[in-house]
Structure formats: C-alpha cells, structure tokens
Design a binder for this molecule. Structure first.
Ligand code: KIV
Ligand code: ZN
Length: 401
C-alpha cells in the first residue's frame, strides 16, 4: 500500500516522513531561543540532512517568529516548510499563510486541544465547539495551501470516541496529515500503538491521510512511544535535534532515525536522513544554543562510542560488533574511541602504544609499563595520550640506566 500526498506525491509504504520541529517546539525549551541568522543556518542544515518537513516557527507568536518563518520559506529549498497556527486563533492561519508565501512547498499546521481537561480548563469550550473550530481551521488553511496538518493537542489523553470524531472532521475539511501528540509525555508505548491502530481502523477516510506521532519525553519515553506509534501505523515522526523541547523535551531525531535503521528487521521502515551528518547537526545546535548534550547521550554524546572497560576494549579490538550496534562513522564520528582508564586492559594498552607510534615492547617491558599505567589510572579519571607517552618514556629511561 502507498500514500499520495500533495507535497510528496506517492510515498512508499516503507518510508517514514521526518518532521523536524527543533525551530518551533525545540525553541520552546527555556534558554534555547535562536535569532534569525541562527535559525536560517539551522534550517539550511536540516534540509541538507534530509529532513522532509521543517517546522520553522509559529508566525503569529511574534514579529521575530514571523520573519524567521518568512525568510526560511524564501531561502530554504528541498524540504517542506511548515508554520504552526492555532485552529481557532484570530489571525494565526492568515499570518502563517502570509509567512509561507514564498515557500517551494508550504504546510500549515493547525492545532486545538481535544482532551476533557484541556477543553474544560484551558479552552473553556464545549466539545461541539471544538469540532466546529477543527472544521473551520482546516478549511481556512486550505485557502493558502493544499498541504494541511491538523493536531489534536493532548491527543493521547483524549476520549477515544471523541478523538475519532475530531479526526474524521479534520479529514473531511481538508487535512491530509493528522498528528496525535502525547503533549505531556504521559502515554506508554502500548497506548500510543493502540491509538494509531484504532484511528486507522475506525475513522472514515483514514487511508487517505498520513498519521503523525509527536511524543514528549516527560517520562523518558519519547523515542519508545514514537517507535510504537510507527508500529501502530504512524508514517510521520515529529522530533527535534538532541531531543530539545518543552520541559523534558521531544523525541530525539538522531535516536529515532538510528533505531529505525539499526532495527530495520523490527520496523521495516526507512527515512531520507543522511545519517553521517547527524553528529555535525547535533554539534551545530549545541554551539548555537550554548547547551551541550550529556556525555552518555545516545548517538551524539561524546561517550556514545567510547569504551573503557578492559573486557569491552579487548572485544572491540577483535571485532567491533561485539560491543557496537552501529559504526561510529555511520553517524559522523571518526572512529571508536578506546578511553584509557583504570578499567582498561593490556590489549587496549598495547594497541594504544602502537597508535602512538611505539615499536612493540618485549613482554617484560610491556608488563612494567602496564603496571605503571594502572597505578596512574587509579589516581586519574582519564589517562591522556601524553600521560602514556611520559610513562613509557620514563620506563625506557629507567631500563637504560
Ligand atoms: O506537544 C504538542 O501538543 C504540540 C502541538 C502544538 C503539536 O507541540
Ligand atoms: Zn509538542
């Protein structure tokens, strides 16, 4: 089975669309705001990375946001450029349409809350009013572009029967992508899988649209929920570089892309992402925002391909697949790093000496140097190349005396 989409044409069944919202939801992380020039650099890089849809901002939110969406729409080619709008906002959709005027392939993404909690306390609206706004919002958006996405904010906490009605109304009134966010990161993978399965089974017209997953990470389940959504039939994934976003963030693009690639046997899906550019993209965002990723961050953290334990280092030297499920080069790193520390073994130490250009040592000399290395490693967190050079040079000098 394949989908037909106004911006993408026919989409093969094994392809998932990567929708990056680093510049919109990501920028909503406290302290992560970017200026116009930074957003433009990021948008060019995201397009170059192979992102299918770039959510460039929320034009009605501020003049700065409008201008950055407008400039990105004018300059960036290759990806669909998307702007966010509230379905019932006074000027949201017009402002979005205006900002996207010069885009090669513009998308308007409109949303309204559908959960009982949000309708009662945030919107103060009856469900029937929300249904009317869904209809009018999508119709209005279609006056500007034929690529329209609609989101059920707090969708994962919405009554299933009402969610089906909302989605049906959104489709009948012109949406061709339907996004079901787990806005507060509350859902479990089983629940997300079930929501998409249910919508695809129950909603008339569901086979004419692309379902989209948008998972926040409040319980650390953003990526797991996204993968489960794909199993339930979602064909678009909304995510951010380094997983930045409101509160605990959004599902991380680099983790989802590499999970789909590394476990193709499980999910059977591909993306258009050039994975060797993932590290560069992550670094660019960290440099622009001033927030580095944690060392143990999957894929792009500095320890993601670093091995310190002797047993692991020995395995890696014999066959990297023993402790690496993807190659570091496939995501942009130069190579595996064997970190020299107190857990390192003799094999890694010998290999390090060869890398540093030392001729192979006799067993006795190697044992003596290794013993000194272990003493040093006990007193230091990481032993650097210069420490090892000093230690071997001292050892040779002692030997000559
Ligand atoms: O998390 C969310 O519900 C959102 C919507 C605006 C799509 O970001
Ligand atoms: Zn969100």
């Amino acid at each position: 089975m394949s989908f037909h989409h106004p911006s993408f044409g026919t989409i093969a069944d094994d392809r998932v669309i990567i929708f990056d919202t680093t510049l919109r939801d990501g920028e909503q992380s406290p302290g992560f705001s970017m200026n116009l020039e930074e957003k433009l650099r990021m948008a060019h890089a995201l397009s170059n990375l192979g992102v299918d849809v770039i959510e460039a901002g929320f034009p009605v939110a501020s003049e700065g946001d409008f201008e950055s969406v407008r400039r990105i729409a004018e300059e960036v080619r290759g990806s669909v450029i998307c702007g966010l709008a509230r379905s019932g906002g006074k000027r949201d959709i017009e402002s979005c349409g205006e900002a996207l005027k010069k885009a090669e392939r513009p998308r308007i993404h409109n949303f309204i809350s559908t959960s009982p909690l949000h309708m009662k306390y945030k919107l103060r609206m009856e469900p029937e009013t929300v249904l009317e706004i869904i209809a009018s919002g999508n119709q209005k958006a279609r006056q500007f572009t034929d690529d329209v996405e609609w989101s059920a904010e707090d969708g994962s906490r919405t009554d299933p029967d009402f969610l089906c009605r909302c989605v049906e109304v959104a489709i009948r009134n012109g949406a061709n992508t339907i996004n079901i966010p787990d806005t507060v990161g509350f859902a479990t993978p089983e629940e997300m899988r079930a929501i998409f399965t249910m919508l695809r089974e129950r909603v008339p017209g569901a086979d004419q649209v692309i379902f989209s997953a948008h998972n926040h990470n409040d319980l650390g389940l953003g990526v797991a929920n996204t993968l489960a959504s794909v199993e339930g039939g979602a064909r678009q994934i909304e995510c951010t570089i380094n997983g930045i976003g409101e509160r605990a963030g959004n599902a991380a693009l680099e983790e989802i892309v590499m999970a789909l690639r590394t476990r193709h046997d499980q999910y059977g899906k591909t993306t258009g992402i050039e994975t060797t550019k993932l590290l560069g993209m992550s670094r660019m965002l960290a440099t622009i925002t001033g927030f580095d990723v944690q060392p143990n961050k999957a894929i792009v953290g500095r320890n993601a391909f670093a091995h310190e334990s002797g047993i692991h280092q020995d395995g890696i030297l014999k066959n990297a697949a023993t402790y690496e499920i993807m190659t570091p080069e496939s995501v942009g790193w130069n190579k595996t790093s064997l970190v020299m520390g107190k857990h390192s073994g003799r094999a890694a130490f010998r290999d390090k000496l060869a890398q540093l250009g030392y001729p192979p040592l006799e067993d006795e000399a190697l044992n003596a140097a290794f013993a000194r290395f272990k003493d040093l490693a006990d007193s230091k967190k990481v032993v650097f190349d210069d420490d090892i050079r000093a230690l071997v040079d001292d050892e040779s000098r002692d030997h000559e005396r």
